[in-house]
Design a protein. Structure first.
Length: 128
């Protein structure tokens, strides 16, 4: 699959609908129209999943986001290049996407096999 160039910097407003205690957040939830366009080559549903998860993890609106990697990938198995110890994965090629973003000097490496989900790959910042 081919790689796509990433947008150098975007401003994002994303927030969680719930705080860690399960109570609604006092921050307004943005509509999809408030969010920036997905990086080239990344489906909008994957981009929204990345922004939603990041907002929940940071428990605040994300306002200064660098997209450092945004590309289509083919991984060797269902772990999407990010295996977790003790887990069993589909042993087949899996097409998907990698989106690496940076917020406040921290990098977040998200992987997706498409659809409307993305998972944070902790411990590595590289293609699978």
């Amino acid at each position: 699959m081919s790689a796509c160039a990433a947008a150098p910097r975007v401003s994002v407003s994303a927030s969680s609908d719930a705080t860690p205690t399960g109570q609604p957040s006092s921050q307004p939830s943005p509509s999809n129209a408030d969010l920036p366009e997905a990086p080239a080559g990344i489906p909008g549903s994957v981009w929204i999943a990345v922004l939603d998860d990041l907002g929940r993890r940071l428990d605040r609106q994300v306002t200064d986001l660098d997209v450092t990697t945004a590309k289509a990938m083919t991984w060797n198995d269902g772990s999407l290049g990010c295996p977790k110890p003790g887990q069993v994965y589909t042993q087949a090629l899996v097409d998907g996407f990698q989106v690496v973003v940076e917020v406040d000097g921290e990098r977040y490496d998200y992987r997706s096999s498409g659809g409307d989900s993305a998972q944070l790959c902790e411990g590595t910042i590289e293609g699978g």
